[in-house]
Design a binder for this molecule. Structure first.
Ligand code: IVH
Length: 747
């Protein structure tokens, strides 16, 4: 709705020609606006609203004496003010002490525990901590008489004329003010929702005006405007988070009134008769006299009186429930349509709040839970490209209009996989929400405003059927989210493999950037990482035509050479880019591999299958290595390409440093290489039998897996182990059978 644009020209025909029809129309508009701005649930079309608004405005023009205090015409903003008046708050506006983790919340619970009443009412309320501008509203006789900014907490600035333009601030409270205390303070936050913020900045940029840094600054800047029409034009939102009943200070002994009472001149507020002057003589009633049973109850009443209250707030029986609420809300925070700078935990019982009081500027009954969430910004999706990874995985990548995010300029973000693009319903040209969580690669969260910002120029995107680098078909296993390039010689895969190999966490070849890798591959000088060790300085210098100078060529040859003898075997294994083998698991696999020579020997030997199987078994026995990694390692070793590659590394003089203590190979003996699980009571202690097994070259482990050779059952064997043996197809034998094997007989 845009009342500003539909103000009537003077002299229009009068549709509302009686006071009654005018008043009824004002009330109707109030109800419609409440549905739209507070409930987010419009009940009529914008056109219908605008039509009636216009009639009301025309009637007011013809009969200024009809003008109602709750007329929506006030929402378009009054005259420009000469300056801001000071306003003393009837109750100091406190700030909040921060806690940064669950321990902080538990410590808070311990501090307040002794003051809390019997747990008949929920002990805590957990709320979003909206990141905007605090506003303190004063209602007299159910009508808004003053709005003030926080200032120093004691004295703020009066912004009533600006506040009346914020549609979610009720001008008069619920249905004629029934049940509303005669004097009421309402506090809350003015925010600019993310999409409104984005629109505002787009418009400002187009107009050559400076853009706002963040929604909080934009909200504050929009309220602190001497021209209320500017405030009116911003899609600001007010969310109430506290209410206090006030009373008149019996005798005016306190400080002299600072503000001039709100009148039609001072900000255009038409206060109820008798309210003038009163606003500066108010103070909170004692908790015992409060019309609110609890903070939660106050929120419920604020809602009933027409305020927007945060639908995310939760009443929690105890600290455990509060912690659950904090976790859940924390996870939701990035998806909310307005920014928060934390969550708030408040003691629910008002008498307890009063008893706890405050320590300096911080109440003892509330804390701010400040665990940062990732930053989210809105920007334009300019294009979607795909990246081919070292395993051929094809990842869609969002090309973004440059945007500041978490302190860096972001121009691209991952889209994870094809399903993601579909699930998010992205179209090229969309406004998208982008998140950067704690230093990781930015990711696209979704289309901003559910696509309502689309103008028809957006284009759909489809996943490529051929690899953009080599033209091979893109394949996708039914059980995999990832699409892969099936090309065996795909240059993009090769480049990705080399990039991975020379990367910081792998072999760390200084000075070999992505650009040079692409060019070396394109020039046919390298096919994979092992070829780097066959490049000579002379060859690299000969690459000069491509822009590699003498100095650079020498340096690069040197840094490659350095890695021949300084790379640890773990880093080397990680550098091979075996699927599922991360930097850490590679370190764990290193003792199993032993050395490059050992590995090469294993994959080249006649009994290579047995050797690889033994390494597979050893991997499985290593703490921290699971089935997937062990299988992937074994599969990679069995690949004929691995043999060729390792040979080429060795021939190039690559000699990774072996781990300090290579694992003792499984022994020889009647149980050589066997992995045994014991369960149930046997004729000797478990330790004694385990010693027998290892003496015969085998090994005893605790849990049954695919690599278990057999399970030995004594009396009352563990059901889980027997079951697991069945699941993995592992043989079950008796103690007697084990003893036969130990004796070296085969049955
Ligand atoms: S309670 C005594 N509740 O956070 C309690 N404050 O540090 C004081 N804020 O600028 C405020 N959301 O405007 C409370 N749900 C919420 C809030 C909230 C945002 C702001 C508040 C003030 C700051 C307090």
């Amino acid at each position: 709705m845009d009342e500003d644009a539909i103000m009537p020209a003077s002299g229009e025909a009068l549709a509302l020609d009686t006071r009654e029809s005018y008043d009824a129309s004002v009330a109707t508009l109030g109800a419609w606006a409440h549905a739209y701005y507070v409930r987010d649930d419009p009940v009529v079309s914008d056109e219908a609203y605008d039509r009636l608004f216009r009639e009301v405005a025309v009637a007011e023009g013809a009969h200024p004496e009809w003008a109602s205090a709750i007329s929506p015409v006030r929402r378009v903003g009054g005259d420009v003010l000469p300056g801001f008046r000071k306003a003393r708050h009837p109750q100091a506006l406190l700030s909040l002490a921060n806690v940064f983790d669950r321990d902080g919340v538990q410590a808070f619970d311990r501090r307040v525990a002794s003051a809390l009443p019997d747990p008949s009412v929920p002990r805590f309320v957990v709320e979003p901590k909206l990141d905007g501008l605090t506003l303190a509203l004063t209602y007299v006789g159910g009508e808004l008489v003053r709005a003030a900014t926080r200032g120093d907490g004691e004295v703020g600035e009066e912004v009533t004329a600006q506040a009346v333009t914020i549609r979610s601030i009720p001008l008069r409270l619920g249905g004629g003010g029934e049940g509303v205390p005669p004097y009421l303070a309402v506090r809350g936050e003015v925010t600019l929702p993310r999409d409104a913020f984005a629109r505002l900045n787009v418009a400002r940029e187009a107009a050559g005006e400076p853009t706002y840094q963040n929604p909080r600054n934009a909200a504050a800047g929009s309220v602190r405007q001497l021209d209320p029409k500017v405030t009116a034009a911003r899609d600001l939102r007010f969310t109430a988070y506290a209410a206090t009943a006030l009373e008149i200070v019996p005798e005016a002994t306190g400080s002299a009134p600072l503000g001039v009472p709100a009148t039609a001149e001072a900000g255009g507020v038409r206060a109820v008769p008798g309210s003038a002057g009163v606003v500066d003589r108010l103070r909170p009633v004692a908790a015992g006299a409060s019309p609110f049973a609890s903070h939660w109850d106050a929120l419920r009443l604020l809602d009933a009186w027409g305020f927007r209250v945060n639908s995310k707030s939760r009443a929690c029986a105890d600290v455990d429930e509060a912690l659950v609420a904090l976790d859940e809300l924390q996870a939701e925070r990035p998806h909310w349509d307005e920014e928060t700078d934390g969550l708030v935990v408040k003691v629910n019982d008002l008498a307890t709040q009063e008893r706890l009081g405050s320590a300096g500027k911080d109440p003892r009954w509330a804390i701010a839970y400040k665990v940062s969430v990732s930053d989210v910004v809105v920007t334009r999706l300019l294009d979607i490209t795909v990246q081919v990874g070292r395993t051929g995985a094809i990842t869609p990548l969002a090309v973004l209009e440059a945007v500041r995010l978490g302190g860096v300029t972001v121009t691209s973000a991952t889209l994870h996989n094809a399903d993601q693009v579909q699930a998010l319903g992205l179209m090229i040209g969309d406004w998208v929400r982008v998140e950067r969580a704690g230093g990781v690669i930015p990711a696209v969260l979704g289309v901003d405003c559910d696509g309502s910002r689309r103008d028809g120029s957006e284009r759909p995107w489809t996943f490529p059927v051929d690899c953009p680098a080599c033209g091979s078909p893109v394949t996708r296993d039914a059980d995999e989210a990832v699409a892969r390039c099936a090309g065996p010689t795909c240059p993009a895969q090769r480049a990705a493999r080399v990039r991975h190999f020379v990367g910081r966490s792998a072999v760390d070849v200084a000075g070999l950037g992505a650009n040079w890798i692409d060019r070396l591959i394109a020039a046919g000088m390298i096919d994979g990482p092992a070829d780097l060790y066959h490049l000579t300085a002379a060859q690299l210098r000969g690459f000069e035509g491509q822009g590699m100078g003498d100095v650079l060529a020498t340096k690069l040859a040197e840094s490659i050479d350095r890695t021949r003898t300084t790379t640890t075997l773990g880093r080397f294994l990680f550098g091979l880019g075996i699927r599922h083998v991360g930097a850490e698991t590679a370190e764990m696999l290193a003792p199993i591999a032993g050395s490059l020579g050992n590995l090469l020997f294993a994959v080249a030997a006649e009994d290579r299958d047995a050797r690889i199987a033994a390494m597979h078994a050893q991997a499985l026995e290593t703490r921290g290595i699971g089935l997937v990694v062990a299988r992937s390692f074994a599969t990679a070793l069995a690949d004929p390409g691995m043999h060729t590659q390792l040979e080429r590394f060795a021939a190039g003089g690559m000699a990774p440093v072996p781990p300090v203590a290579p694992l003792e190979p499984l022994g020889n003996g009647p149980l050589g290489g066997k992995v045994v699980v014991l369960t149930g009571t046997m004729s000797q202690s478990r330790d004694a039998i385990a010693a027998l097994v290892s003496g015969a070259g085998g090994k005893v482990t605790d849990s049954v897996s695919g690599s278990t050779s057999f399970v030995v059952t004594g009396e009352k064997p563990g059901a889980a182990k027997v079951k697991a043996a069945g699941r993995h197809g592992v043989a079950i034998i008796s103690e007697a059978e084990l003893r036969t094997l130990l004796a070296g007989r085969n049955g």
